[in-house]
Design a protein around this ligand. Structure first.
Ligand SMILES: NC(=O)c1ccc[n+]([C@@H]2O[C@H](COP(=O)([O-])OP(=O)(O)OC[C@H]3O[C@@H](n4cnc5c(N)ncnc54)[C@H](O)[C@@H]3O)[C@@H](O)[C@H]2O)c1
Ligand SMILES: [Zn+2]
Length: 347
């Protein structure tokens, strides 16, 4: 087991810890566990020891309605200012649990058992939480870190394969923007990683969490460097909202498009674009999409990261190095039209 303590956020992440030992991390408070239906199906024996609330699965439940239902149940169960919320699930459960805990009685403590690869390396690090507003992703929420996060690789054994690839998408993103050696590790150990070799997975999750932690510590409110974590996400979110792709799959497509733009605007070599696409494909992630340029562009106009008429877009310089480029939204939209009209131009 390896732990990371984020001092500025007073938050710890324990990679390789057994979720069965979570009680060692819980404060002497009334604890309520929040999970989704799938997690309850797989882990009911463990969950039954807690006073628990089960929410519906899927992005469609990441909304006010779910928040209200959870708050109602917390009140019925006698939760108070001194209670503790334990979210057990993927990014959906952690985003909702963190947001409920942040506003319930003006804020109570919370922690996570992170069950999906994506949430272990991404959603549970950095203190962002919140819900969608209509079709707009993560439009409402706060920055508020959990007390602890447990990332137990054993939980990944029950994760559907597609969700697993989705998590690999975020890890690959970390490698592309920050760490060429992580890229080489992923390339070399692909087979064993896809088979969930536990030591390698622990190592991989720890490396990805360390990268995100370092970035978040340096920029907790996303004023500069942290924006690089949005690589593949600006267009990725537009695709996620208008297709059946998972978050990581949509980000994979977004990374491919961002790499093509990086080749046009930021000097990324054709060889690196190819390497990016090869690694994504090796991890069973899509790089093509069926969403029209018009639909993507409509979404970009509403993107919350938009700053007046420009948008901070993340481009690669080379594998392991990203740049934040301020682009006029109209220029980005014109380039999206070009990329969608000629999707395989650089492959
Ligand atoms: N707060 C952040 O910084 C941040 C970062 C990235 C993503 N997110 C959010 O996280 C969400 C996506 O997270 P996700 O990919 O974990 O999705 P998810 O939580 O919806 O989980 C995906 C699916 O896998 C199931 N599942 C999860 N763990 C399982 C396990 N161990 N065994 C069996 N089934 C399991 C879930 O029930 C669900 O059906 C999105 O809402 C996204 O916006 C937040
Ligand atoms: Zn993401």
């Amino acid at each position: 087991m390896k732990s990371i303590y984020i001092e500025k956020q007073n938050s710890s992440i324990h990679v390789g810890e057994s979720y069965l030992k979570v009680k060692n991390y819980l404060p002497e408070k009334k604890c309520f566990l929040i999970c989704d239906e799938h997690i309850y199906e797989h882990y009911s024996e463990f969950i039954d020891q807690f006073d628990y609330i089960v929410m519906g699965c899927g992005e469609g439940n990441k909304n006010w309605n779910t928040m209200e239902k959870i708050i109602e149940q917390l009140l019925d169960k006698g939760a108070d200012r001194n209670s503790f919320l334990l979210g057990m699930g993927g990014g959906l459960v952690s985003d909702v649990t963190g947001f409920v805990a942040s506003i319930f009685m003006r804020g109570i403590e919370f922690g996570f058992i992170s069950t999906s690869l994506l949430s272990q390396v991404d959603a549970s690090v950095g203190g962002k939480n919140g819900i969608n507003f209509g079709k707009l992703k993560n439009m409402v929420g706060v920055f508020n870190p959990p007390k602890f996060v447990i990332c137990d690789p054993i939980l990944l054994k029950t994760l559907p394969k597609r969700e697993l690839s989705s998590g690999f998408g975020e890890i690959i993103k970390h490698a592309f923007i920050k760490d060429e050696s992580l890229y080489l590790f992923l390339k070399e150990k692909r087979e064993a990683l896809l088979n969930l070799d536990s030591d390698l997975m622990e190592d991989l999750v720890f490396r990805a969490v360390s990268i995100k932690t370092e970035v978040v510590e340096g920029d907790p409110f996303e004023k500069g460097e942290r924006k690089k974590l949005n690589f593949g996400h600006t267009i990725g979110h537009a695709i996620e909202n208008n297709s059946d792709l998972t978050h990581g799959e949509a980000v994979s497509v977004g990374m491919n498009l961002a790499c093509q733009l990086s080749q046009e605007l930021n000097g990324l070599s054709a060889d690196d674009v190819q390497k990016v696409n090869d690694l994504l494909t090796d991890f069973k992630l899509p790089i093509d999409h069926q969403v029209s340029a018009e639909t993507i562009n409509q979404y970009l106009s509403k993107d919350k990261k938009k700053n007046r008429s420009t948008l901070d877009f993340i481009l690669l310089k080379k594998i392991g190095e990203a740049t934040i480029v301020t682009l006029p939204i109209e220029e980005l939209k014109a380039r999206v039209i070009g990329l969608c009209a000629n999707p395989k131009s650089t492959r």
